[in-house]
Design a binder for this molecule. Structure first.
Ligand code: ACM
Length: 674
């Protein structure tokens, strides 16, 4: 294997890196007389044309031609001469005489062609003799585009399909419905596109902080849009030619403010602009959802229909007479089981129509529907739980797959929803835990990058967030871990992927200008409290436990993201209230802690910090009280709240207080005592 890996590294050309790639001797010269031939009618010409669509070299498609020399032969075969269970696998052989691509499916041929186009020198037409035997690690390699928060044109969607397919991604998940706008023509329910697809502010943030109102399509203020059925058919045909399956997502039971304003009778209170959750007690809800899904099924050939399922508040169900009646009738013990009732019923409907249900990991709550596949986003636990129960799962954990977070130092980037997910971290993701059995691994279908667009108002910006991070996920999804190398990937991205993308009119992030993580996070810090015991007079927030009780004195400072397991969250009323025991009376000269502020996700600086010290643990002397005004801004900011002086103490108490007008969470990485 060592020699083989060296050859792969030597090629250092193809992305995602193939399973096996062995250099031969000689060069194939691709020129005006080169014929691309195949025999038999099973090869779909439109797919072959799509595979060569952006080829700069002469493309003479000559199916049936008998040429023996100077040919590129495409062969659909019954089996490949190497072990693989994937029907997307291919074998590409380049000699100085000819090129032959073999596969058991047109998708395999398509991928063989895409590899060939990466190997070929686009100017000189020289293709080095090579034998590639290749198959994907996972059958599902996806990207999710949120076209609700900011609508994107069908041309934009087709453009992203071209790029995804070039890097062998095969699933495009469209988040078509959400509070911010309904994006799909449904004949039976015209108000979804007359009203719920349009809002009075083009930029989501202005709208969300403003009226959150919809408007009629004819309204001069109306901004938004939707895909007609003809648009979708055009997208689907384009995707089919590029071997991509488009998976539609129709959100339920929550994230449905727009539906429940267009059709308020489907909510518990029957009032527009009041509810995000469908009324599950009302039969009309099921009539609506099934009628919508029927049109969706008629339009989209995808085996999976994504039904959302995330982040339901479920509050109105607790007091709604119809929901309460439903729970009684069905013997449901809580609102989680009521959600599960809806999901199971919808699954039955989809299964009866020959389709499978896919949903966010909240569909596990209250019991998973019998045949459902889970898309794991709140970490990987949901996916693991589903797999251990014998279900399929797709991994999209926020920590590695949410491409809406900052990809570099926030101060250098356009405003994002938060987070910090640099290219190297995406690339380093391995979806299969070491503890998995081969059987469990086979239930893990693959990975997907998600781009939520709350803070991404333009098409260019969306490409900037997608690329090159989506390409890292393409390699996570396709390549064998033994063949992966961050150094090789980064150099392929810099030398080839980014220049190619720019030449084709995409707008990727320039990884060569990357600043990197917060400098404080790069190395541990020594100080007097290092490793000392911390007593929590107010508890930390278990949703953001970082390294647990040791976080504040473990010497590890936080990076740009409060989710990096360095920042400890505090959400209960008093916020930070801790005592550090230095174990013996010690002369100290400073006490300080950094806080992070990012207002979008409700992370705020404190309005007051009190630091006090004690020699006996009972009587405390205040060292400092710091008051400051908490100001809202669009930045990710860091601020140290501390004291300097000289005193003797064994115990140090650190307290922070929230601005009552702001609430939110406090995040602290380390309490540094010098
Ligand atoms: C999600 O991010 N709410 C699936």
């Amino acid at each position: 294997m060592g020699a083989f890996v060296a050859k792969v590294a030597a090629t250092n050309v193809v992305t995602p890196v193939p399973m096996s790639c062995v250099a031969g001797s000689g060069v194939f010269q691709w020129n005006q007389s080169t014929r691309i031939v195949w025999t038999g009618s099973v090869i779909d010409r439109t797919i072959m044309e799509a595979a060569f669509a952006d080829c700069a070299l002469p493309v003479n498609l000559s199916p049936g031609a008998k040429a023996k020399k100077n040919v590129i032969r495409l062969e659909r075969v019954d089996a490949l001469p190497f072990p693989t269970t994937s029907d997307e696998a291919y074998r590409l052989s380049v000699t100085d005489r000819d090129i032959c691509i073999q596969a058991v499916s047109d998708a395999g041929l398509y991928y063989g062609i895409r590899t060939l186009l990466q190997l070929a020198d686009a100017e000189q037409g020289r293709v080095p003799a090579t034998l590639v035997e290749d198959a994907p690690r996972f059958p599902y390699r996806g990207v999710m585009l949120d076209v609700s928060r900011h609508f994107r044109s069908k041309e934009f969607v087709k453009k992203q399909i071209d790029l995804m397919a070039a890097y062998k991604m095969n699933r495009l998940h469209l988040h078509l419905t959400d509070a911010a706008g309904w994006r799909l023509q449904i004949d039976r329910y015209p108000r979804l596109t007359e009203l719920a697809a349009w809002r009075d502010a083009p930029v989501w943030k202005d709208w969300w902080e403003g009226t959150r109102h919809y408007c009629e399509q004819q309204d001069p203020k109306a901004d938004g849009g939707y895909y007609t059925k003809a648009d979708i058919k055009e997208i689907l045909e384009h995707a089919r030619r590029h071997c991509i399956t488009v998976i539609p997502e129709i959100e339920m039971p929550s994230h449905s403010e727009e539906v429940l304003t267009a059709y308020p009778e489907l909510s518990c209170t029957h009032e527009p602009y009041k509810q995000a959750d469908f009324c599950v007690g009302n039969e009309k809800t099921f009539e609506f959802l099934e009628n919508v899904l029927k049109e969706v099924i008629d339009l989209f050939p995808s085996q999976y229909i994504h039904i959302g399922g995330d982040e339901a508040g479920k509050a109105s169900w607790k007091t709604c007479p119809l929901c309460q009646q439903r729970m009684k009738d069905e013997g449901l013990k809580d609102v989680n089981e009521l959600q599960s009732y809806l999901i199971r019923r919808i699954e039955k409907f989809l299964n009866a129509n020959g389709r499978d249900l896919l949903g966010w990991d909240e569909i596990l709550e209250g019991g998973l529907a019998p045949n459902a596949t889970v898309m794991s986003w709140r970490g990987v636990d949901g996916g693991l739980k589903a797999i251990r129960a014998g279900h399929h799962a797709i991994m999209t954990p926020g920590e590695f797959c949410y491409l809406d977070g900052y990809q570099d130092a926030p101060y250098s980037q356009p405003e994002a929803i938060g987070g910090y997910l640099p290219l190297e971290k995406v690339y380093g993701y391995d979806p299969i835990p070491a503890s998995f059995t081969p059987e469990e691994a086979s239930l893990l279908l693959g990975v997907q990058g998600n781009v939520w667009t709350e803070y991404i108002p333009t098409a260019e910006h969306l490409e900037y967030m997608l690329y090159p991070r989506a390409i890292a996920l393409a390699e996570v999804g396709w390549s064998q871990p033994r063949n992966k190398s961050w150094e090789s990937f980064r150099s392929r991205v810099v030398e080839k992927v980014l220049p190619d993308m720019r030449a084709k009119g995409y707008h990727p992030f320039d990884i060569t200008k990357e600043i990197g993580n917060r400098k404080e996070a790069l190395q541990p810090i020594e100080h007097l409290a290092l490793g000392k015991k911390v007593t929590y007079l107010a508890p930390y927030w278990t949703n953001y436990p970082a390294n647990g009780a040791e976080t504040l004195t473990d010497g590890l400072r936080g990076g740009w993201n409060y989710n990096d397991r360095r920042w400890l969250g505090f959400v209960t009323d008093k916020r930070v209230d801790v005592v550090i025991d230095l174990e013996k009376e010690t002369t100290i000269h400073s006490v300080g802690a950094d806080f992070m502020q990012i207002c979008g996700p409700d992370v705020w600086f404190p309005c007051k910090v009190v630091i006090s010290a004690s020699t006996d643990g009972e009587h405390y002397t205040t060292l400092t009280e710091i008051d400051q005004e908490v100001k809202k801004d669009d930045e990710v900011s860091f601020k140290n709240f501390g004291w300097k002086g000289e005193t003797k103490a064994r115990y140090v108490r650190y307290q922070s207080f929230p601005d009552p007008k702001r609430g939110g969470v406090h995040f602290v990485d380390e309490i540094v005592i010098q």
